[in-house]
Ligand binder design. Structure first.
Ligand code: ATP
Length: 235
């Protein structure tokens, strides 16, 4: 299997002295869905932010598609789409223009045929002319995903895609991820919920206190530890 992302011995200490990550190594394979599971403050967002080039690590290396993020950041960044935890949209833009805008930020020329495909796959095509502020919470999250996919990244990061949403919306998001899986997108998502990781991911990485404690295929992990033990360990 080809590793699209190769993380080696990554560490991060914030200026405040907080050690957010230590010795994290991980290969992420093309086409897989991997869930990073861990409680508040475990280091999940820090890890994602480093891979996306938003936070500079204290030590270690990250390669995306063979490009070192420290020295070949532009090339690496083109391969990545990030859906942040907070919903931040241009409120007075239409859905389609919001997506076109993000594509432009990546320096990509217009490609409305591709954007139509993305909006259709996220069931947003009928809402393309709606103002983003008029949409429901679930639709807004889909627009964030459409924006993150606008420049055709190979890898999509979803940082707690279901934080603070109700059960129905959570299921809706699982279906969206399933659709993206069928489209062959590599996905790294973070979550606090074991059931969510189990539902969506091919592999689960358990992260706590800045350390990647283990990474296993989902079925193996559930068989090895069982739901109850894993949940208690993470508390
Ligand atoms: P959550 O699930 O709550 O989003 P997380 O697993 O994503 O948590 P991080 O946000 O990566 O965890 O935080 C890891 C640790 O680093 C925490 O102790 C946090 O307080 C600290 N931290 C995160 N960002 C910063 C920052 N910019 N400056 C200082 N400390 C930070």
């Amino acid at each position: 299997m080809t590793a699209i992302i190769r993380i080696e011995n990554l560490s991060k200490q914030y200026g405040s002295g907080t050690k957010a990550l230590s010795g994290v190594s991980l290969d992420i394979h093309e086409g897989e869905i991997i869930a990073l599971l861990g409680p508040n403050g475990a280091g999940k967002t820090t890890l994602i932010s480093i891979i996306c080039g938003l936070v500079v690590p204290t030590g270690g290396t990250v390669r995306v598609g063979g490009h070192d993020i420290a020295t070949q950041w532009r090339a690496a960044r083109k391969l990545i789409g990030l859906v942040p935890q907070e919903i931040a949209l241009e409120p007075f833009e239409t859905v389609i223009n919001a997506v076109r805008f993000t594509r432009g930020l990546y320096g990509e020329g217009p490609d409305d045929a591709y954007i139509e495909r993305v909006l259709r796959s996220l069931a947003l095509w009928d809402k393309r002319d709606a103002m983003t502020r008029e949409l429901s919470g679930g639709m807004k999250r889909r627009v964030l995903i459409a924006k993150a996919l606008s420049h055709r990244p190979k890898v999509l990061f979803l940082d707690e895609p279901t934080a603070g949403v109700d059960v129905a919306l959570r299921r809706e998001m699982w279906e969206v991820v399933d659709q993206l899986r069928r489209d062959g997108v590599t996905i790294i998502l973070t979550t606090h919920y074991l059931e969510e990781a189990e539902e969506m991911a091919d592999r689960i990485g358990v992260i706590n206190h800045g350390e990647l404690l283990l990474v296993r295929p989902t079925a193996d992990l559930m068989g090895e530890f069982g739901k109850k033990t894993l949940t208690i360990e993470l508390m």
